[in-house]
Design a protein around this ligand. Structure first.
Ligand code: ZN
Length: 229
């Protein structure tokens, strides 16, 4: 799976150092309903930090921004920065609910990090390794710990959707509409003529016929069963 990570040329106020270990992938929320990665960078600089403290920032539209370089020491979990990498989600999940597209993007990012960098790192919420309410009670923490199910679920959904769409397209194609009397097959003509004469089937002019194939067949069957006599 390839994911798109938006690189930003951050200007660090002080040089970053490297992290030696990565025991945890810590999940955070911004505790702000709307904030860009640059906003977070500005806020963290106001804290006196070098710059944005997270390694990744995921917006509500699912776009993933690079924060600190992946191997750098972050500033996101007091006391555990030297053993963790941080992913922050835009939003305040103490009361908001996460959009599906954002949740999927975080799942993809987790899959990317676990597959390519930190297969043994444990996915945790900030509050589980630090004293904080972050990432908020509505953050889908349990779901994202099982991120593979999110990705698998989406695959099944999109496959079923594609199959269903193909079926509907085939049905639409098969569903012929008769617009003109001259188009009607011989075997249907007596029935349609009978209904037209009785005023049950209203087609005032040739152009108004607009008779779907399925309806026409049903009418013929009904007629042969004597229902229109
Ligand atoms: Zn946090």
């Amino acid at each position: 799976m390839s994911i798109k990570i938006i690189e930003t040329d951050w200007k660090w106020n002080t040089p970053l150092s490297n992290r030696k270990k990565t025991d945890y992938i810590a999940l955070h929320h911004a505790a702000a309903t709307s904030a860009s990665a640059s906003d977070v960078d500005r806020w963290h600089k106001q804290n006196g930090w070098s710059g944005i403290g997270y390694h990744f920032y995921v917006r509500k539209d699912g776009s993933i921004y690079c924060g600190r370089p992946i191997g750098a020491l972050g500033a996101h979990v007091s006391g555990k920065n030297d053993v963790s990498i941080g992913i922050c989600a835009e939003g305040d999940y103490s009361f908001e609910h996460m959009p599906t597209v954002q949740k999927r993007a975080i799942a993809e990012l987790l899959d990317y990090l676990k597959s390519n960098y930190y297969p043994r790192a444990e996915i945790v919420g900030h509050r589980e390794i630090g004293s904080s309410d972050c990432p908020g009670k509505n953050y889908p923490l349990a779901e994202l710990k099982n991120y593979k199910n999110i990705l698998k679920g989406d695959d099944i959904m999109s496959r079923e959707y594609d199959e269903l769409k193909a079926e509907i397209d085939a049905l639409k194609k098969a569903q012929r509409i008769y617009h003109y009397w001259a188009e009607l097959p011989d075997w249907a003509l007596p029935t349609i003529r009978k209904l037209y004469d009785k005023g049950i089937f209203k087609g005032e002019s040739d152009a108004d016929l607009n008779l779907p194939d399925v309806l026409m067949r049903t009418m013929v069957i009904n007629d042969r069963a004597g229902l229109y006599d």
